[in-house]
Design a binder for this molecule. Structure first.
Ligand SMILES: CC(C)(COP(=O)(O)OP(=O)(O)OC[C@H]1O[C@@H](n2cnc3c(N)ncnc32)[C@H](O)[C@@H]1OP(=O)(O)O)[C@@H](O)C(=O)NCCC(=O)NCCS
Length: 283
């Protein structure tokens, strides 16, 4: 691989989704968690996260992707939704250049802050972000549950429009949730995602019921009904309605959001956790 200066950057909007998805896989090869993506799953994920293809970039040399930078935007805030340098182009300053581009562009747009999440154990990336002035705002954790067959009576959840769930999350969810848990992200959920309700007491969103491990993408108990067992009843109802599969909440849940709730319900903390980091840009 050449010097970082021979690498040309262009807006992601200039390349088809399939090229963007392949570039992401190439640059994340060998990553701490496997990054597998198809054009469809790439599009589904980033549509909800509000990827801006004109603010995002692909860095190329001789037609090969050397780095990717995915920028998501909402209002005055930008977020690095993904960035990686291909293995054969690392340790030559390209990662730093990519992040400087992200910061400079955000400043030039007049954004107030730039956010990102990084796996806590990813030392190279954490070091890079800290050296550019990013500060950790909170730790994000994940949970996993292998439900045993549930004895006794279990509620039957009603399937609802995922958009209804997003509206409940906006009204009743915690404020200032991490980007991927925020109602703005949830409002893009479409099939195969499925949403369920227990009356008007508890609401849940399952990412893809066909996956080997079910992803709990959201769980909301309206404020008036909290501490009355509805959250636990919903988890049991989901396990009975979609039986035979483990469930997970990926590592985007603030560690202080509901640790006792998950522990009481028999969920275990996952080994991987993330830092949410933030760079104030003024403005
Ligand atoms: C993290 C990553 C983007 C860094 O890219 P890079 O081009 O190798 O980084 P640079 O050469 O620009 O290095 C910039 C700084 O990052 C840090 N860094 C990079 N690699 C490092 C390593 N192996 N160990 C420790 N620090 C490292 C250092 O602070 C370095 O500055 P220095 O060289 O002055 O010490 C790259 O390792 C990568 O793509 N990893 C896999 C994907 C990934 O983790 N993406 C981030 C997800 S949040």
């Amino acid at each position: 691989m050449p010097d970082s200066n021979d690498i040309i950057a262009r807006p992601l909007a200039e390349v088809p989704v399939a090229v963007a998805a392949a570039a992401m896989e190439r640059c994340f090869k060998g990553y701490l968690v496997p990054v597998r993506t198809t054009p469809e799953s790439w599009e589904r994920r980033f549509r909800g996260e509000h990827l801006d293809p004109f603010a995002s970039r692909i860095y190329e040399h001789d037609g090969q992707a050397a780095a990717v930078l995915f920028i998501c935007r909402r209002g005055w805030t930008s977020r690095v939704g993904g960035m990686a340098v291909a293995a054969d182009a690392r340790r030559r300053g390209l990662g730093r250049r990519v992040m400087r581009d992200a910061i400079d562009d955000a400043r030039a747009r007049g954004d107030r802050a730039l956010l990102l999440e990084v796996i806590e154990q990813n030392t190279p990336a954490v070091k890079l972000y800290k050296s550019l002035g990013f500060r950790m705002t909170r730790r994000l954790v994940g949970y996993r549950w292998d439900p045993a067959p549930i004895p006794g009576a279990v509620d039957a959840p009603r399937e609802i429009d995922p958009l209804e769930l997003a509206r409940v999350a906006l009204r009743e969810g915690e404020p200032e949730l991490p980007w991927q848990l925020a109602p703005e992200t949830l409002s893009a959920a479409t099939a195969p995602a499925r949403a369920f309700a227990l009356g008007d007491r508890a609401y849940a969103l399952i990412g893809n019921p066909g996956a080997e491990t079910l992803s709990l993408s959201a769980l909301v108990v309206p404020r008036a009904h909290r501490r009355q067992g509805w959250g636990t009843r919903m988890l049991r109802a989901l396990a009975a309605a979609l039986p035979g599969k483990p469930m997970q909440a990926v590592a985007i849940v603030p560690d202080n959001l509901a640790p006792e709730f998950f522990a009481r319900a028999g969920w275990e903390r996952q080994g991987i956790s993330q830092f949410e980091m933030r760079l104030e840009l003024g403005g």
